[in-house]
Design a protein around this ligand. Structure first.
Ligand code: PLP
Length: 375
């Protein structure tokens, strides 16, 4: 048991009551909560349609299918992300084509995209990594110029803003994810966001075994579908969390602010960068260590922090250097040098909305001591 875990959901009596109420009804799936959850998230992100599913990964898979991306197609994406943002492309037999990242934002480097576009390229899938919005204006411009779809993996960015507009509202379709380490949780869960009715209808039907959208017969299946449905308890939890979203995001911003202030005294630690007018919803709090603490030393820091009761993480290992990707596609060290360098130097500190100031002090004090020991 850690004294301070890496993350923790923010669950109050309101959430407990909301889930309990569902259990007192006979509707544990495909009921009112499902529709209400979709509505509340669509309104929040200011998009026309939302389709709730059982994970962010399922949502990404359905978007790839809805856009008709298939075997032989290429999708441009980032190697610095959680593996699902690339795996969803492989599910349909298409090829993820990685583009290195920007060393400050950790997001796809838009200046390197066009050189990777070929006649097979169908889409760009960009990620708002660690809740930092990708450069959506530039991404839209490139996508329009080359007639490509734009997919937004906003799994980590519910509530983030780019030029005053919510993440999840850029591109042809987007996802949020609700695993318990996210800004809000449904236990497991995700949601697809789009302004395009055809995409929304396709995703809704595909998530429900390919049943026809409205008025379809229960045992009539009009397309290849999946069971990617989210249950009513999860949706009730999600609604209760969304009703508290302002409070949750405020608390997270406050924790981030305290960390950034207190970490100033450690010269080997770079606090998170915020690009331009971006507003971050703070999925995690990830610092970048100095070059001489990269790799093994960073890993030793994580181990020593754990021994002191403070759980830290090595977000993210690059996707192209994951064992499966190396074996399957022959990627090697040096293929995406910026992402690899960032990946060896980043350290996620314990971060959640109810993290107390004295716990932040404890984490920072220990980090300072551990870095001192390792240097
Ligand atoms: C960038 C990114 N994409 C996709 C996902 C997948 O979401 P889920 O875990 O709900 O399948 C995650 C989840 O952590 C993520 O961080």
């Amino acid at each position: 048991m850690y004294k301070i875990p890496l993350s923790k959901p923010d669950i109050t009596q309101k959430e407990i009551n909301a889930v309990s109420e569902v259990l007192k009804t006979s509707y544990l799936s495909l009921g009112k909560k499902y529709k209400e959850f979709e509505k509340i998230v669509a309104q929040f992100a200011k998009v026309k349609y939302a389709v709730a599913v059982n994970s962010g990964t399922s949502g990404l898979h359905l978007i790839i299918k809805a856009l008709g991306i298939k075997n032989g197609d290429e999708v441009i994406t980032t190697p610095f992300s959680f593996i699902a943002s690339s795996n969803c492309i492989l599910y349909e037999g298409a090829k993820p084509v990685f583009v290195d990242i920007d060393e400050k934002t950790f997001n796809i480097d838009v200046s390197k995209i066009e050189e990777k576009i070929t006649s097979k390229t169908k889409a760009i899938l960009a990620v708002d990594v660690f809740s930092q919005p990708a450069d959506w204006e530039k991404l839209k411009e490139i996508a329009q110029k080359h007639n490509l779809f734009l997919i937004e993996d906003s799994a980590e960015a519910l509530g983030s803003e780019y030029n005053g507009k919510k993440c999840g509202s850029f591109g042809d379709a987007a996802v949020f994810a609700f695993y318990p380490n996210k800004q809000i949780t449904t236990g497991e869960g995700g949601i697809i966001l789009t302004d395009n009715k055809d995409i929304a209808d396709f995703c809704k039907s595909s998530a429900n075994q390919g049943r026809a959208e409205e008025n379809g017969k229960w045992l009539e299946h009009v397309r290849l579908g999946y069971n990617y449905r989210i249950d009513e308890m999860s949706c009730a939890l999600g609604i209760a969390q969304m009703k508290r979203i302002k409070e949750i995001l405020k608390k997270r911003a406050n924790v981030a602010k305290l960390y950034s202030k207190k970490l100033k005294e450690i010269k080997d630690v770079e606090t998170p960068y915020i690009e331009g007018q971006n507003k971050l919803s703070w999925f995690v709090y990830v610092v970048k260590l100095s070059e001489d603490l990269a790799g093994n030393k960073r890993d030793q820091i994580i181990k020593k922090m754990a021994e002191r009761g403070v759980q830290c993480g090595n977000y993210f290992q690059t996707i192209h250097l994951q064992p499966f990707y190396k074996k399957e596609f022959g990627y090697k060290e040096g293929d995406f040098p910026v992402a690899e360098n960032v990946s060896k130097r980043t350290l996620a500190l314990p971060f959640y909305s109810n993290l107390k100031e004295k716990e932040i002090n404890f984490a920072v004090k220990n980090l300072k001591e551990v870095i001192g020991e390792i240097k």
